[in-house]
Design a protein around this ligand. Structure first.
Ligand code: PGA
Length: 252
């Protein structure tokens, strides 16, 4: 059976000392909570990975980078490779976030390269997809999501795909306070799982974790997570405080 996961995406927030403190608070809260109904992951800036890794119990709290390079090594000033991320002890990487696609021109083809390098480095990939408001209004949201998933992931064989988590994040819901309704999210999650059934068959589709992201908070998490195809959340703003993040973790 697939895992439920609640993953934080800190984005470009916190200094290293602040981040270590937040990670410790999350780690302590997870330890104190005992048996949880989901895995917990925190996604942190590159600069924080090593220090945060030292501050957490990786068996209780997974650790993600928020990006990695589309090259293995060499003359790419300022870039951080998937192998470098893995060498910090991180076990996940978030790829294809709409902020990376939008502000840094990350294309479907580029993300395919990053996915391959991340998996080769032994990282699990949290792969984000989702439509803009214009695309939803135009009724093209299903096509947009399908293209993103097919174009960057469907070259993988089933064995490699087992290390992929999908996060559906409608761009119009990210950081806006406007959450997709549980019904809207479920509709897309079921659509995504249907794509996986067609490509990889029922077992792989059933085993794949599909997260919802976009203004998810303690007050709406339980309703979202109650839907059959919503297996947790990718949490931005509400992951920056341990208590609100834990309010989502314990919503299952
Ligand atoms: P948000 O961000 O929870 O602040 O809307 C979600 C995300 O971008 O992953």
């Amino acid at each position: 059976m697939r895992k439920n996961i609640v993953a934080g995406n800190w984005k470009m927030n916190t200094t290293v000392p602040e981040g270590v403190q937040l990670a410790q608070e999350v780690n302590d809260a997870v330890a104190a909570a005992g048996t949880l109904k989901c895995d917990v992951v925190i996604g942190v800036p590159f600069t924080h990975l090593t220090a945060v890794r030292a501050a957490i119990d990786i068996d209780k709290v997974g650790l993600a980078a928020e990006n990695c390079a589309n090259h293995t090594s060499g003359a790419y000033t300022g870039e951080v490779s998937a192998a470098m991320v893995a060498s910090t002890g991180a076990n996940y990487v978030i790829l294809g976030h709409s902020e990376r696609r939008g502000y840094y021109n990350e294309t479907i083809e580029l993300l395919k390269e990053k996915v391959d390098l991340a998996l080769t480095a032994g990282l699990k990939v949290i792969f984000c997809c989702g439509e803009s408001l214009e695309e939803r209004k135009a009724g093209t949201h299903f096509d947009v999501i399908k293209n993103e998933i097919v174009g960057s992931l469907f070259h993988l064989d089933a064995e490699a795909f087992a290390n992929v988590v999908i996060a559906y994040e409608p761009i119009w819901a990210i950081g806006t306070g406007e959450t997709a309704t549980a019904e809207q999210a479920q509709e897309i999650h079921a659509f995504i799982r249907g794509l996986l059934v067609e490509k990889y068959g029922n077992t792989v589709a059933d085993d794949t974790t599909i997260l919802y992201g976009g203004s998810c908070k303690p007050s709406n998490a339980a309703e979202l997570f109650a839907k059959p195809d919503i297996d947790g959340g990718l949490i931005g703003g509400a992951s920056l405080k341990a208590d609100s993040f834990m309010g989502i973790v314990t919503a299952f």
